[in-house]
Design a protein around this ligand. Structure first.
Ligand code: ATP
Ligand code: MG
Length: 319
């Protein structure tokens, strides 16, 4: 059985380069979320792309960073993977500042730091670098304040690339499938979280565990969900992401599901996830405020249309 996610463990090795470190989150309203699970194929990239797009469509400038050498977030947003353009590799190696690497996407308010296959070698190249665990965090510092949300799509490994993401992040978002072996590997992830918290980034916390490819009709899903609730308590997010073919199709069209099929169950679920995370962070959606104001205005004009001001009779006229 995995350890309790709130437990504190002694770090297994001394950190390197943990000298004067700027506080993460110095821009008070900026939240960096690492979408992480070393298990492959659990829905990290699907979540990173579609959550980032949902937040952006709620009116919040959002930056998606593709930290995985597979570059699936980059491909899923319609960008080529092999292009000779600046990428996360250049950001980590200090070749170029973040604002020269960030590109706009088709989704309003959503920007991307593209991934690169060069990243495969970055794990090795980083080992020799100064402040090797802090490269991403240091590189993001100048642009953090521009984005209420920065979403990091991590590779399926607990390597130096993932460590850079955890050191740069404020919260971990862990996608997980409701299957019998769901907790397998989670104790390793949670002890990595403890280690990072103690050695590199004291502010890092578990933001939430998200059930993906979820089918609430099966007994197994319900049983596993109950177990996970007992284990993660309120860190198990209320929103679940259903298995939905539109989510699987969207990347081959180079779009997040919210553009590919905005009415699909998948798009709806990621919208709900965005709203849950906003509410957990006491943040407001500018779009929701606009929707509420528009609904209020529509309701009051409808009311005045239905109840026209009664004409006063001449004997009622004010003195
Ligand atoms: P990796 O560990 O390789 O990076 P991952 O954790 O990022 O994988 P994804 O690439 O997001 O996982 O998803 C794995 C596969 O499952 C993809 O083909 C994706 O389209 C599909 N998939 C993910 N979520 C859903 C869903 N809710 N419904 C249907 N298909 C899904
Ligand atoms: Mg992925």
């Amino acid at each position: 059985m995995a350890e309790n996610p709130t437990s504190n463990k002694t770090p297994q090795s001394a950190p390197s380069g943990s000298k004067s470190t700027p506080e993460p989150g110095s821009a008070a309203s900026s939240k960096v979320l690492a979408v992480v699970n070393q298990k492959g194929g659990v829905g990290k990239t699907t979540t990173a792309i579609n959550l980032a797009a949902a937040l952006a469509l709620e009116g919040l400038p959002t930056l998606l960073i593709d930290c995985d050498p597979q570059a699936n977030s980059t491909g899923g947003l319609g960008f080529g993977r092999d292009e000779e353009r600046l990428s996360i590799y250049d950001l980590l190696m200090g070749h170029s500042p973040a604002d020269k690497i960030i590109v706009p996407t088709e989704v309003e308010n959503l920007s991307l730091v593209p991934g690169s296959k060069n990243l495969i070698g970055a794990n090795l190249e980083l080992v020799a670098q100064d402040r090797r665990e802090y490269r991403l965090r240091d590189a993001l510092e100048p642009v953090r304040a521009k984005y209420p949300f920065i979403i990091l799509d991590c590779p399926p490994a607990l390597d130096l690339l993932t460590l850079n993401s955890l050191v740069a992040a404020d919260g971990l978002l862990v996608p997980m499938q409701a299957e019998y072996f769901a907790l397998e590997g989670i104790s390793e992830l949670m002890s990595t979280l403890d280690r990072v918290t103690q050695s590199f980034n004291p502010k890092l916390a578990l933001e939430g565990v998200l059930l993906t490819m979820y089918d609430d009709r099966t007994n197994l899903s319900q049983q596993v969900t109950e177990n996970l609730k007992g284990f993660f308590a309120d860190k198990l997010l209320t929103t679940t992401i259903p298995r939905n073919i539109r989510l699987a199709e969207a990347p081959s069209h180079g779009k997040p599901v919210s553009l590919y099929d905005p009415k699909s169950r998948g798009a709806e679920a990621y919208r709900e996830l965005a709203m849950e995370l906003l509410s957990r962070n006491n943040m407001k959606s500018p779009e929701e405020q606009r929707r509420k104001a528009a609904a209020k205005a529509a309701a009051s004009s409808l009311k005045s249309f239905q109840q026209p001001e009664k004409k006063k009779k001449f004997w009622q006229s004010s003195k």
